[in-house]
Ligand binder design. Structure first.
Ligand SMILES: Nc1ncnc2c1ncn2[C@@H]1O[C@H](COP(=O)(O)OP(=O)(O)OP(=O)(O)O)[C@@H](O)[C@H]1O
Ligand SMILES: [Mg+2]
Length: 204
């Protein structure tokens, strides 16, 4: 399973690098425009968003838009020892510094932290997805760990090319509730669901 996921991840990362720059930017802009109109985004007052890198759907403009509409933005900091994420509120990109694996991370001494229970929407990053809401991330299990405790709304931003038929999901893999691509919006009904025993219901 692990090797199968690794191969699917590598193939997709390779494919993403082959997309022509203007095409990629155009798709990102379409996805962003959809997100900003999305009820899940519009109703969330506190949103958790990663700082995008290379061939990930671009998030800086989304963060700026969130600030402009009065939302609180929380960005993750990786804790490699425990493979957990800590979320820090930022109101400026100057609170970021290069961190784990070259990712831009918040400087906790400047930002403080936010309780995951206070997040109202988590934008979940991923490399490969299926239409059930399962995903392959970068392999650390960081987001699966977060989603085992965070029960609120989740949404992923992806190019429609990032879908495959079926992710080989394991028991710890958590579904994402809403998948937004440049072409469509899929509500998986998977509120904090997982591979086995998902009732697809919200806890509250
Ligand atoms: N809730 C959890 N508790 C303990 N270990 C976990 C949990 N979730 C995932 N893991 C472990 O993390 C490792 C990586 O998981 P997986 O291959 O699903 O990563 P991923 O989904 O690509 O990563 P991410 O969630 O960071 O995007 C697995 O070995 C798995 O056992
Ligand atoms: Mg996983």
């Amino acid at each position: 399973m692990r090797e199968q996921k690794a191969e699917l991840r590598q193939n997709m990362l390779h494919y993403l690098r082959t997309i022509e720059e203007t095409q990629f930017k155009k798709k990102c802009a379409q996805i962003s425009a959809r997100l900003i109109m999305d009820p899940l985004w519009q109703s969330a007052r506190v949103v958790a968003v990663t700082i995008s890198m290379a061939r990930e759907v671009e998030t800086r403009s989304l963060i700026e838009s969130a600030w402009a509409s009065g939302k609180k933005v929380a960005v993750p900091q990786c804790e490699p020892k425990t493979k957990t994420l800590m979320f820090c509120p930022i109101d400026s990109f100057s609170s970021l510094k290069p961190g784990h694996l070259g990712l831009m991370e918040p400087d906790v001494s400047k930002t403080g932290r936010i309780d995951p229970a206070d997040l109202e929407l988590v934008i979940v990053p991923g490399v490969v997805f299926d239409r059930r809401g399962f995903r392959i991330g970068y392999g650390g299990g960081y987001y699966d760990r977060l989603l085992s405790i965070y029960q609120g709304p989740t949404l992923s931003l992806l190019l429609s090319d990032q879908f495959i038929d079926q992710i080989p999901a394991e028991a710890h893999d958590k579904k994402v509730q809403v998948l937004l691509t440049e072409k469509d919006r899929i509500d998986t009904g998977g509120f904090a669901g997982h591979a086995y025993g998902n009732k697809g219901e919200r806890a509250d």
